[in-house]
Design a protein around this ligand. Structure first.
Ligand code: TYD
Length: 240
């Protein structure tokens, strides 16, 4: 894993520059915010998204993969079709980016341009943590970076997320929760071993080295976690 980290650090060295440039762009009337919520399966993210939806009716909520009718079709393919489990990490990476491109074009950008905040359940942080780190596919990093630049291209009027909020907890707790969750229809994504979960958790930590991430301790009650999220949103001046 140490070799993978060093390799990814080298490949993503351009990311810091992107972030600096992005910070300079803030303040040009960009009042609406694009926030991604992410975490391992079993992190309690779904419960938190529901609490936020109830509290914040003015926010546009979306999810990845999905959000628009076409992106939901891609979701059915990549998440629910068991054949996806037999496909390659590269193919999955492409499908997740395809769904993201669609959602950016037809949902996220129109909402942001209309002055609304967009809260997304998962984002490119998942692609990095799951497909690159979980699947140990460091050689896909250049490709990830190229797709990221295209899909979030500021010079064509797009934006990248302002903030990622990641629900963090020990890998074994997350995996146990995901397996025990009776309300969840099990997909090929749920059958992963503990090593995979640990790599995904490390992946989110690595992602935070390059893009703006706030971690929330998710090994607490839903109310405590929710209060922490609301505090972050207030501190970052995303909500009053
Ligand atoms: P879902 O049931 O929506 O999970 P959750 O409710 O926990 O968000 O399934 C989405 C699955 O897809 C989840 O296991 C994470 C995975 N995923 C990736 O592997 N890469 C990605 O880029 C995205 C967006 C999701």
């Amino acid at each position: 894993m140490a070799g993978l980290y060093a390799f990814l650090a080298f490949r993503a060295s351009g990311a810091y520059c992107c972030r600096q440039k992005f910070n300079l762009l803030k303040g040009i009337g960009m009042e609406s915010k694009y926030i991604v919520f992410d975490g391992m399966d079993g992190s309690g993210k779904g419960t938190q998204m529901e609490l936020l939806k109830k509290k914040l009716p003015e926010v546009v909520f979306t999810r990845e993969p999905g959000g628009t009718p076409f992106a939901e079709e891609i979701r059915n393919l990549v998440r629910d079709n068991p054949l996806a489990g037999q496909s390659t990490p590269l193919n999955n990476l492409l499908l997740f980016w395809a769904a993201r491109e669609e959602c950016m074009h037809n949902l996220v950008m129109p909402a942001l341009k209309a002055g609304k905040h967009v809260f997304s359940d998962r984002g490119d942080s998942s692609t990095f943590a799951f497909q690159i780190c979980g699947e140990e596919q460091g050689e896909l990093m250049d490709f990830f970076m190229s797709l990221r630049k295209l899909v979030f291209a500021e010079n064509s009027g797009r934006r990248q997320p302002d903030l990622y909020i990641v629900f963090d907890l020990p890998a074994e707790v997350a995996r146990e929760r995901a397996l025990q969750d009776a309300s969840r229809t099990k997909t090929h994504f749920d059958l992963r071993n503990i090593g995979y979960y640990e790599r995904v958790r490390d992946g989110f930590q690595m992602f935070a080295g390059w893009w703006p991430v706030e971690f929330v301790d998710a090994d607490r009650t839903p109310e405590e976690v929710h209060n922490s999220v609301m505090k972050i949103l207030a501190t970052k001046a995303i909500l009053d």
